[in-house]
Design a protein around this ligand. Structure first.
Ligand SMILES: Cc1cc2nc3c(=O)[nH]c(=O)nc-3n(C[C@H](O)[C@H](O)[C@H](O)COP(=O)(O)OP(=O)(O)OC[C@H]3O[C@@H](n4cnc5c(N)ncnc54)[C@H](O)[C@@H]3O)c2cc1C
Length: 302
């Protein structure tokens, strides 16, 4: 079967749903949003701590947030990308709020901002300790109510369509590779349908579930990256994987492993080896409060 849309969004986490809502609301056309399981199963729904954005310009500013981000990234982050994300974060937060996402406020009606490791100021917006769940909930409601968006759950994208599928040879050196949509497995019919679209967005999340122990749900298998790579796109920066350094390790447990939030260490929890000895003094003067990359280094090599 062939289905035609103006926009094909593959992935129903925060990235896919925000894009779908943006284009659907701007009247640019009909959107198909596909996800390989149910719409509520995404990394987005698992996020706990909150989202960093400069929302109180009386005490905070973009320069500080940019600097904090560069320090946390050991100065290897792309400065233009960091500036773009930091400076557009307040706008993105407003969009989430307008689509129905709630962030906690204090008695004065201002956002109740938290501070987390690596941030020089209070700038973490949150919803209790289930921020991601609230974001997923709010966006799912907005998406389901939008007449321009068709949600297709349990639809598994397997390949994006390029000139290659019209018999043209495409290599990694071809510089005008075009995407015409995707082949998507319909689990009910057990057939692969052709979805044609003017614009296709891959928003399939990360690769965390490839690791034997991970805080990520099972959907995080890097499908979009693999599809893009097979379509001869250039894939870069694959060595950058963000890890939660502390989870409850249970070899018998299936994904995801229960996250032991870093807030625990903020409240005094101490990292120890299986024999009960502390070890962080060998690596960083901040001890158990050292940032993720430092904590992960020794804890994976010991
Ligand atoms: C336990 C945990 C805690 C976290 N805490 C925080 C936090 O406090 N703050 C923060 O900023 N970030 C946090 N994160 C990270 C954050 O959740 C992710 O970076 C973010 O949600 C990624 O969103 P996404 O839309 O890119 O992908 P996801 O939310 O993972 O969505 C991916 C979507 O792609 C779909 N998909 C994948 N493959 C296919 C396919 N082949 N066909 C069709 N659909 C497909 C999936 O079904 C899913 O709908 C946390 C993550 C975890 C796991």
């Amino acid at each position: 079967m062939i289905q035609k849309y103006d926009f094909l969004v593959i992935g129903g986490g925060i990235a896919g749903m925000c894009y779908a809502l943006s284009v659907a609301n701007s009247g640019k056309g009909k959107v198909a949003l596909v996800c390989k399981t149910t719409l509520d199963e995404a990394n987005t729904a698992k996020a706990q701590g909150g989202v960093a954005a400069v929302t109180n310009l009386a005490v905070d500013n973009f320069e500080k947030h940019i600097n904090d981000t560069m320090v946390a990234g050991d100065y290897i982050s792309d400065l233009d990308a960091v500036k773009h994300v930091v400076c557009n974060a307040p706008k993105a937060i407003n969009a989430l709020v307008n689509w129905g996402v709630n962030f906690d406020k204090n008695n004065n009606g201002e956002y109740d901002l938290h501070r987390e490791g690596g941030h020089s100021d209070f700038r973490i917006l949150h919803h209790a300790d289930d921020t991601g769940f609230e974001i997923q909930r709010g966006l799912m409601e907005a998406v389901r109510q939008n007449n321009n968006i068709t949600v297709l759950e349990n639809h598994y994208a397997v390949e994006i369509i390029t000139q290659h599928h019209l018999g043209v040879q495409v290599t990694r050196r071809t510089n005008n590779i075009e995407c015409f949509g995707a082949y998507i497995l319909n689990p009910t019919t057990q057939k692969v349908d052709t979805f044609l679209s003017k614009v296709t967005l891959l928003a399939t999340g990360g690769v965390g579930a490839l690791y034997s122990t991970t805080s990520n749900p099972v959907i995080a298998t890097g499908d979009g990256i693999a599809m893009a790579y097979r379509a001869k796109a250039t894939v870069k920066d694959m060595e950058f994987v963000q890890f939660h350094p502390t989870v409850l390790y249970n070899p018998a447990e299936t994904h995801p492993a229960f996250l032991i939030t870093e807030a625990m260490r903020g409240y005094g929890a101490v990292l120890k080896l299986p024999n009960g000895n502390e070890f962080m003094h060998k690596y960083d003067e901040r001890l158990s409060l050292a940032p993720r990359d430092i904590v992960l280094g020794p804890s994976t090599t010991k």
